[in-house]
Ligand binder design. Sequence first.
Ligand code: FES
Length: 149
Amino acid sequence: MEAEEIEILVVCAADAIERGGAKAFSLSRIDAAGESRPFPIVIIRTHGNDYLGYINTCPHDGVWLNIGSGEFFAPDRAFLKCGRHGAIFEIDTGLCIEGPCKARSLQPIALAIVDGEVCLCGERLVEDDHPLNLFDDNDETMEIMIHPD
Ligand code: FES
């Protein structure tokens, strides 16, 4: 039996995210019913040079973590923080340790670094002329547009 192919899609250059930083991307993916759905993600590069990805949706109220200030991190930068009600999440597990969604977790996404690029594994993204609809901005505190549901 043949192994199933896993789709790998380039999101950005690995160096586009600085160590200790994070970047948001507003993607779309195809759900099980074949419909296109918003797929906002955040990719974090740790000081130890690991790359972690989560769906950029707070488990409390479903907003983007960087809503408001555009910032993903708590002031000491040791944790992720939701901009709406201040939930605090462990960076490496996505677990909420403080706030209204305590003990719930951010949803991880599978990433791989291939040839110096951050890639998403196993997602069916919507591709068009502007394939990934990326926020291509080096400023991690950039303004984020909120899409109506
Ligand atoms: S929406 Fe994130 S803490 Fe409430």
